[in-house]
Write a protein that binds this ligand. Structure first.
Ligand SMILES: Nc1ncnc2c1ncn2[C@@H]1O[C@H](COP(=O)(O)OP(=O)(O)OP(=O)(O)O)[C@@H](O)[C@H]1O
Ligand SMILES: [Mg+2]
Length: 303
């Protein structure tokens, strides 16, 4: 089925790739595809931002091109750089051939496409049909000049290269930006994107994800994991922690419990494996046996 036929079709296509979106996320992605707008995904760590772009690329059978952002990243790592060594060889050869009189021409020759090393943005613009999915991951880690540099790409799917001119997209790349919101992004970036806040999943969806990704877990164990983690993220428990576990942690935890041959989770197992749910010493300490036993209470029977 064509993933672009409807929101439902897209949801199914993502599910087929092992990614379980909720309807709001699928709608946001669907609209980004239909309107050909970049999609900015913000959310806590481990809620499936990067995984969405990966699954989408597979679902659309497009090549995934990833730009991992970090502080101090330079344009040449994102867009293109010149192959200096090859350019130098070209000039040497021109010199050796006695073309010294016309070194100006030789210098112009080195600014040709074949001496250009395309980096993710340029690769995405040039990707042949069916085009690319460009993942600009953790854009909040890059600095503000880099955000400003992205505007031309995000607004018009084109970039300007001084020696060559403007490069326009062969096929509009599907563009996903992710952010953990370690800082606010510039309004100009946000205006060019559709926006979606990716929340922790509801319990049923988390259960489905754990079941799908940890087939070795029994149904009872998967249920316990999903219930425990969803309670842990809810009031008042979540206040005890600095950072709640994401989906990534639930999946890891379920795998760990299977590896330990756990049949039923009890407070002792929780405390032994707390380092999988939490990555901060204070949070690990806050997950006391008393709290764990409260979180492990079975649900009251529905009457
Ligand atoms: N909706 C989902 N369906 C299936 N698996 C999911 C889903 N969401 C998250 N996951 C699982 O959780 C893992 C972590 O997700 P991912 O790395 O995409 O999180 P993230 O939001 O990019 O986190 P970070 O901000 O730390 O980069 C994925 O490898 C995937 O296994
Ligand atoms: Mg990520």
């Amino acid at each position: 089925m064509n993933a672009l036929a409807s929101v439902d079709a897209l949801m199914q296509a993502l599910r087929d790739e092992g990614y379980l979106p909720d309807r709001r996320l699928a709608t946001a992605v669907f609209l980004a595809l239909k309107l050909q707008r970049p999609l900015l995904l913000e959310g806590e760590p481990g809620v499936g931002k990067t995984a969405l772009a990966q699954a989408l690329a597979r679902a659309l059978q497009r090549v995934l091109i990833r730009l991992q952002c970090y502080d101090g990243m330079e344009q040449r790592e994102a867009l293109y750089e010149w192959n200096y060594a090859a350019q130098l060889l070209h000039l040497r050869a021109a010199e050796a051939q006695g073309r010294a009189a016309d070194m100006g021409a030789a210098e112009r020759e080195v600014y040709q496409d074949r001496y250009l090393i395309p980096r993710p943005l340029l690769q995405a613009l040039r990707a042949p049909a069916p085009g690319a999915v460009l993942l600009i991951d953790e854009v909040d880690r890059a600095d503000e000049p880099f955000e400003a540099f992205l505007l031309e790409y995000l607004g018009e799917y084109q970039v300007s290269i001084p020696e060559i001119g403007t490069v326009q997209a062969a096929v509009t790349p599907v563009t996903i930006l992710t952010s953990n919101r370690t800082r606010d992004l510039h309004d100009a970036v946000k205006r060019r994107c559709l926006y979606h806040w990716l929340d922790y999943p509801e319990r049923e969806r988390e259960l489905a994800i754990v079941r799908a990704q940890v087939p070795g877990a029994s149904d009872a164990l998967a249920q316990q994991v999903a219930l425990f983690v969803s309670r842990l993220r809810s009031q008042p428990f979540v206040d005890a922690f600095q950072r709640a576990p994401g989906i990534a942690e639930s999946v890891e935890w379920a795998k760990a419990l299977v590896a330990l041959d756990t049949l039923v989770v009890d407070p002792e197992v929780v405390s032994d494996t707390a380092g999988i749910l939490f990555k901060q010493r204070e949070d690990v300490a806050a997950l006391t046996a008393a709290l764990a036993s409260e979180l492990l209470q079975p649900e009251p029977e529905a009457s």
